[in-house]
Design a protein around this ligand. Sequence first.
Ligand code: NAD
Length: 288
Amino acid sequence: MEINGHTQMLCLIGSPVGHSGSPAMYNYSFNRLGLDYAYLAFDIKEEETAEAIKALRLLNVKGFNITMPCKTAALSCCDRLSKAAELIGAVNTVVNENGILTGHNTDGLGWVRNCREHGFEIQNKKMTIAGSGGAATSIEITAALQGVRELSIFALKDSFFANAQATVEKIRANVPDCTVNLFDLADKDTFYREIADSDIFTNATRVGMKPLDDQSLIEDRKAFRPDLTVSDVVYNPRVTKLISEAAEAGCKTIPGIGMLLWQGAEAFHLYTGMEMPAAEVLERYFAE
Ligand code: NAD
């Protein structure tokens, strides 16, 4: 479709944004579905977040995505927040409905959808998850809101640990039906004991991502039972050591690239009410 006087704008804000695949992914999908929207990317520093959102409000854009480092600063610029965005403390998608800006966080929803697309439903399951950073927090909060029965969170005692403690407190206060516990990732006996009692293990740390691509948090391969599902947030490389070894041992595996795809597709659905042509987007824009 050609841009015209009625075309509505969507965009990405954050810094850096030049490498982002979002403009290509969304513009392809708008064209494919005949939607009169155009998507751009703007380099916005953290301290410019409020000013940028004020400008986007004035321009009456249809919606926008937010990437680092603006995701937290954007919280207070929205008129409303989804429960997930409020508890995660970060916004990655804002929808403009008649001048009312609603902030969402689709990272965790993308992870849930990726699991579903791989035939794994998280409702009423027990998950052991490693990590306490941005990706981990989104998944832990969203999984709790979406009905996971029990969460055993393992985190290094590094600068992110307090984040994991806050996540546990938020889940206990807001989702009392979900049993959640936090453990030190250095305690390997407890780590393997909790995995042995779980339906799914998720790596939500940087382990497995370049330059840690020769590492996996599961060093004892006996932990891989055929009825354990193994998911990774890392998508660079597409097949991590964890995913490769779990697949070899006969586990159902859920690589991280689908989370990236589906968090975008969830945002697309919030903007348009339509399903993004995810399979085509995956093939065109997410091949390694
Ligand atoms: P972050 O910096 O916010 O958090 C990093 C996490 O990794 C922390 O919990 C930290 O304790 C842990 N960590 C770092 N080194 C470790 C080590 N040696 N051993 C154990 N734990 C270690 O990062 P983030 O934004 O949460 O990203 C984490 C990974 O998730 C990255 O690989 C990123 O590319 C990926 N990610 C994927 C998606 C997706 O859509 N698939 C989305 C966001 C992030």
